[in-house]
Design a protein around this ligand. Structure first.
Ligand SMILES: [Mn+2]
Length: 340
């Protein structure tokens, strides 16, 4: 990664910045933001991380997390912080709509700010003066590592920053098993290990920290899994009632969709989640070359990566699943081929 001289100058001249992550933040969004914040602070910046909404429980152990501001809870304070900031980093998303409706509206009114995007999703929108956008990278955390190194900051990476970055890379690569994992990803992970992180403890905190309610909800989800062998597709639909029954907390269904792909003969896995007032949220995962993002984009107002995408509808759960079943045959040729 090369950082334009102009941006280097801006970052050394200004000492006030802010870091925004996407709604429903995950390990990569928070990991990359916490590391970037620590780095900027070492360079003398006053900076804060702003999450549009609450942080899921499984990430609340991350070093520095207590300092993250939540837009849903502290709008006025955050508006002031952003007005006072010269530079606004947006991490792990590439369209302002991912900050949520109200927040997006406010951000679009900020005309005199310098936006810096660091992100690995496809098709970035055009809102940032400086764009670091690379869909071949495993994670935004990997890119923030590159950004810090390109700013001659490799020695500034301490154990806490390394823990945050490692968490982001590990979660976005499914513990280094998804196709987005490259040799460079592994080299960076090795560098981060050399900073003294406890990688085993990070794994345990992220993956072996289910509540009993979450484990029971997973049981419910697996029981409801439907397999369509002719399409090599598995799907799970969870209703509001299913969630209520198991005392659903935000983040509880994180990772459930991947169980569909654990099926020997499945190349496409989908999970439908009925929301309180926002219709249905959908996660798509695929093996090989099947474009989960194209499917999500074409019929479910979404997008993402080739093997991991998201979408949503304003329909109810049954209507959404029916729409999915209606559109699936269109992709039969790509799905029935064992070697997609
Ligand atoms: Mn990411």
């Amino acid at each position: 990664m090369q950082i334009p001289g102009q941006l280097k100058k801006i970052l050394s001249d200004t000492k006030r910045s802010a870091i925004i992550i996407h709604r429903n933040p995950d390990g990569d969004a928070l990991g990359s933001a916490l590391a970037l914040k620590a780095f900027l602070q070492k360079k003398g910046h006053q900076t804060r991380i702003i999450s549009p909404n609450e942080i899921p429980g499984y990430l609340q152990w991350l070093p520095g997390i207590d300092d993250v501001l939540i837009y849903d809870e502290q709008q006025d304070k955050i508006h002031q912080i952003l007005k006072d900031s010269k530079v606004i980093f947006t991490l792990d998303f590439n369209d302002l709509s991912r900050a949520g409706k109200d927040f997006e509206k406010f951000l679009k009114k900020l005309k005199d700010k310098i936006f810096v995007m660091i992100d690995h999703h496809l098709e970035p929108s055009d809102y940032a003066q400086f764009m670091f956008s690379d869909s071949f990278k495993s994670s935004t955390s990997e890119m923030v590592y590159d950004f810090i190194v390109a700013s001659d900051g490799k020695n500034d990476i301490d154990k806490e920053m390394a823990t945050a970055l490692y968490t982001g890379i590990m979660t976005d690569t499914g513990s280094f098993k998804f196709p987005n994992t490259t040799s460079q990803t592994m080299r960076i992970a090795a560098d981060l290990m050399d900073k003294g992180i406890n990688h085993n403890e990070i794994q345990t905190k992220i993956f072996d920290s289910f509540s009993l309610n979450k484990l029971h909800l997973l049981g419910e989800a697996l029981n409801k899994l439907v397999f369509l062998p002719q399409y090599r597709t598995a799907y799970i639909a969870l209703s509001k009632d299913d969630l209520t029954k198991h005392h659903y907390q935000k983040g509880d269904t994180e990772g459930f969709v991947n169980y569909g792909l654990a099926l020997n003969d499945a190349d496409f896995a989908v999970m439908f989640l009925e929301n309180d007032n926002e219709g249905v949220r959908i996660s798509f995962r695929s093996k090989g070359n099947f474009p989960a993002n194209e499917f999500a984009k074409k019929y479910f107002n979404g997008g993402g990566h080739l093997n991991a995408a998201g979408g949503r509808t304003t329909k109810n759960l049954d209507e959404t699943v029916n729409l999915f079943l209606e559109k699936l045959p269109e992709f039969l040729e790509q799905l029935k081929d064992k070697n997609v």
